[in-house]
Design a protein around this ligand. Structure first.
Ligand code: NAI
Length: 256
């Protein structure tokens, strides 16, 4: 056991696959009671079969009614909610000039409105307890956006600003709010795992630690942010990107 989270109730959005699934698994390993939300019923069924969550709920976070119902169920079953991890997110790419406005709205509905929905439903429980942790998935795209990724980058920048404002609004109730910025973690969301060697090498040149990120790298940070060791950290954006662009050309170190 790395960080004892026994007795803590943790809700993870987008727990069905990718980084969220690993976060759920890691928190269970540390003794927490884990509630996983996802809108993908098959992924939820796997989560249940593999016992990665104590409760796995079908919930689309863009719908405030579904979110309120899910959090009411958490309150009913466990009587508290200690940690909210806003992991669910989507990506959509294309040049701004021709970007489909409906797709733009979809990205913001999940990445921004989804976070608002879960926070609005969870905050009253946390205020009642006089304690809580909110941990938001931002992205390196919130720090340096990429060509063709304006919707994603802008939505994740919005998450960072929401994090900072919430940190101050909720500080008096003993609730901390932080965001993290992963760099490049091969999952279904991106094509990193399928890149040819040369293209992969060019991408890895952006990193100071020259390997793809692992879902566990993010899960470990979430464990720290959820536990007692991080009680005085709030309103922060923590970079868990392996030193992406820590210098202008990190790859220079491995080229010699
Ligand atoms: P993923 O696409 O593998 O998994 C996302 C999960 O969220 C899926 O299970 C999906 O069903 C669920 N989801 C999507 N929309 C939902 C909704 N409206 N309601 C409920 N569940 C929903 O994504 P991945 O790569 O695991 O990313 C997780 C988070 O980390 C996202 O917020 C992403 O933006 C962020 N991130 C990921 C990076 C990476 O390199 N993989 C880099 C930077 C940030």
């Amino acid at each position: 056991m790395q960080i004892d989270l026994s007795g803590r109730v943790v809700l993870v959005t987008g727990a069905g696959r990718g980084i969220g699934r690993t976060i759920a698994q890691s928190f269970r390993r540390e003794g927490a009671t884990v509630v996983g939300l996802d809108r993908d019923p098959e992924a939820l069924a796997e989560l249940r079969e593999e016992s990665l969550a104590d409760l796995a709920l079908n919930c689309d976070i863009t719908d405030p009614v579904q979110v309120r119902e899910a959090i009411a169920m958490v309150d009913e079953q466990f009587g508290r909610l200690d940690v909210l991890i806003n992991n669910a997110g989507i990506n959509a790419e294309g040049p701004l000039e021709s970007f489909d406005p409906a797709l733009w709205d979809q990205v913001f509905a999940v990445n921004v409105r989804g976070v608002l929905n879960t926070c609005q439903a969870a905050i009253p429980l946390m205020k009642r307890q006089g304690a809580g942790r909110i941990i938001n998935a931002a992205s390196f795209a919130a720090i340096i956006p990429s060509v063709d990724a304006a919707a994603y980058g802008a939505s994740k920048a919005a998450v960072v600003q929401m994090t900072r404002v919430l940190a101050s609004e909720l500080g008096p109730w003993g609730i901390t709010v932080n965001a993290y910025a992963p760099g490049m973690i091969p999952t279904a969301m991106n094509g990193f795992a399928e890149l040819e060697d040369a293209a992969a090498s060019t991408k890895l040149d952006q990193l100071s630690i020259r390997r793809w990120g692992l879902p566990e790298d993010v899960a470990n940070l979430c464990l720290f942010l959820a536990g007692d060791l991080s009680g005085y950290i709030t309103g922060a954006l923590l970079d868990v990107s392996g030193g992406k662009f820590a210098t202008q050309d990190p790859g220079a170190a491995s080229r010699g």
